[in-house]
Design a protein around this ligand. Structure first.
Ligand SMILES: Nc1nc2c(ncn2[C@@H]2O[C@H](COP(=O)(O)OP(=O)(O)OP(=O)(O)O)[C@@H](O)[C@H]2O)c(=O)[nH]1
Ligand SMILES: [Mg+2]
Length: 346
């Protein structure tokens, strides 16, 4: 597999859909079963097409989800989050390198949940990640929200499933920003890494404001800079104050120092060791299963709510609503009873 240069780039039709009729965007309509077969066989174009279908909220999404389902649930999902410029992409690249050396197949989703445009930081990521271009064991994809209401929260789990079905042993999700996006990444990942750097007072403030809740492992990157020890100490102090981590059998987030930009002696191996410990804890404590069930529940809920909202949208301006409104005006019924009747008709 190769790096996907840009989700909006012109793509040649993959072997799977050459004979299919032309769909919207002038592309050929997808043969979903063939695309899923292609993805499972490691065909990068099939993976790219499937993720594009997801990202575009294609009408085929339902079929894609059904076809993927039997082939998912195996990948280990790692989330990386932290303030802009802290070294998330550099660390991701280091993790990919180490995981490849260990013979694991890796997927990377670089998600920018807040930015309405694609470019900037993500473009930079693509350049750096070009290290791995041509390695068929790595699949890299940037996703930007492109003005989608509600960001990419709904699309990312599906993109994850595509990479999972495509045989990625590990999927890394990098997200930019501090705030709501942390929580979204955390809800997708089995293990969430929160990156900070020395001298980033803001980062620590953000950590106090909520990152602490989502971090499974803290990474003090740029440990070659002054103040790394202090930052690590501050984090450890915060962790020890966190009540939930004091409970017997609970996980205490370790603090790992890295210099991701170096060629050697980066600390990435130590980071991977802590990740493996967390993975073992997820499995022995049952927390891993619990998190996955919680993740699925939230996803089902979001889809159900979207469907209800769409149906309510259909009701707007409908004859039934008009009639009920007339009855309310005439005093023949009250708005609550009218609403009950409307909901019953959904
Ligand atoms: N000194 C030092 N610089 C680093 C280290 N890790 C990354 N950098 C540099 O920090 C800058 C930002 O790194 P990125 O990996 O792009 O950071 P990021 O968190 O992905 O940035 P955004 O995606 O824009 O939020 C780059 O110039 C890196 O070379 C490190 O350990 N030490
Ligand atoms: Mg980045």
């Amino acid at each position: 597999m190769t790096a996907e240069p840009d989700s909006t780039a012109v793509q040649a039709p993959s072997p799977a859909d050459r004979s299919a009729p032309t769909g919207r965007r002038g592309r050929r309509a997808a043969d979903v079963p063939a695309l899923v077969e292609g993805a499972r066989a490691g065909d990068a174009r099939s993976v790219a097409r499937l993720i594009s279908l997801v990202e575009d909220a294609s009408p085929l999404l339902r079929e894609v989800a059904a076809a993927l389902a039997p082939h998912t649930g195996r990948a280990q999902v790692l989330g990386l989050t932290g303030p802009p410029g802290v070294g998330k992409s550099t660390t991701t690249t280091g993790l990919v390198r180490a995981l490849r050396q260990a013979g694991r197949r890796v997927g990377v989703l670089a998600v920018d949940p807040s930015s309405p445009f694609s470019g900037g930081a993500l473009l930079g990521d693509r350049v750096r990640m070009a290290d791995h271009a041509g390695d068929s064991g790595v699949y890299i994809r940037s996703m930007a929200s492109r003005g989608h209401l509600g960001g990419l929260a709904w699309a990312t789990p599906q993109a994850l499933r595509v990479l999972d079905a495509a045989g990625c042993d590990v999927v890394l999700i990098e997200t930019v920003g501090v705030g709501q996006s942390e929580l979204e990444v955390a809800s997708l990942a089995d293990t969430t890494l929160v990156l900070l750097a020395p001298g980033m007072g803001d980062g620590i403030q953000a950590a106090k404001a909520g990152i602490l809740e989502v971090a499974d492992v803290f990474v003090v990157n740029k440990a070659d800079r002054d103040g790394a020890d202090q930052t690590a100490r501050d984090l450890r102090a915060m962790v020890s104050l966190g009540a939930r981590h004091g409970l017997a059998g609970a996980w205490t987030p370790p603090v790992v120092r890295t210099v991701a930009s170096r060629d050697a002696d980066t600390g990435i191996d130590q980071l991977l060791a802590r990740i493996e410990e967390h993975t073992a804890w997820l499995s022995s404590s049952g927390e891993g299963r619990r998190r996955r069930v919680e993740r699925a529940a939230r996803e089902v809920e979001a889809i159900a709510l979207a469907q209800l909202r769409a149906r309510l949208g259909d009701v707007r301006g409908s004859a039934a609503l008009g009639m009920l409104a007339e009855q309310v005006v005439a005093g023949e019924t009250d708005p609550y009873a009218a609403a009950d009747e409307l909901v019953a008709q959904l």
